[in-house]
Design a protein around this ligand. Sequence first.
Ligand code: URA
Length: 212
Amino acid sequence: MGGPGTSGMREVPRIRREATDPVPSAESGRRAAWDRLAREIHACRRCPLGSRRTHAVVYRGTLSPRVVFVGEAPGAAEDRAGIPFVGRSGRRLDAAIARIGLAPSDWGVLNLLKCRPPSNRFDRAAAHTCRPFLDRQLALLRPNGLVTLGASALRALDPRAPPVLEAAGVPRTVGPRWLFPLIHPAAALRSRRLTERWEHDVDALGRWLIAG
Ligand code: URA
């Protein structure tokens, strides 16, 4: 074995930390990983939607949420703003969240797709390409539970779930966390029956959150 020391490995000079240096916390590491991920999403051109968008749409909410709402894809308003659920569906979602008493420090919202699909038609191939971003977001956010909004989000996160109208309003368990399906807030705007269903299931979500 050559050189100084007994391990045979080259000695790496130690950086002396002064007492006043900030110690990097797990929290600042998570924040940095989140910022890197957001930059990757904004630069992504892995599918054709990437070159058609105005903005990629990453997330809205706290980085330490109890609950993450998962929608399908940005619409026109979200594509313009670069923020999820800021249009008509977003107003309905925000009203529901206020109604069940979630504080801003409790929740966040994101989509399966980060870029707007043409004519707002959900694009399954793009969702497959985009999926690693969603998985990395959820691994960093570490929520206790997910609320899926609509059929595509439910199918993506719980492929064994029954159709959304059967599943909505009843909590499920998927891996380490609970999942609470809702119909999509845009569907709730379509008919009186669906509005009532939305309100009924949102109230059930509120009770579930209080019980948990
Ligand atoms: N619908 C969605 O699924 N997501 C949005 O961000 C807006 C509308």
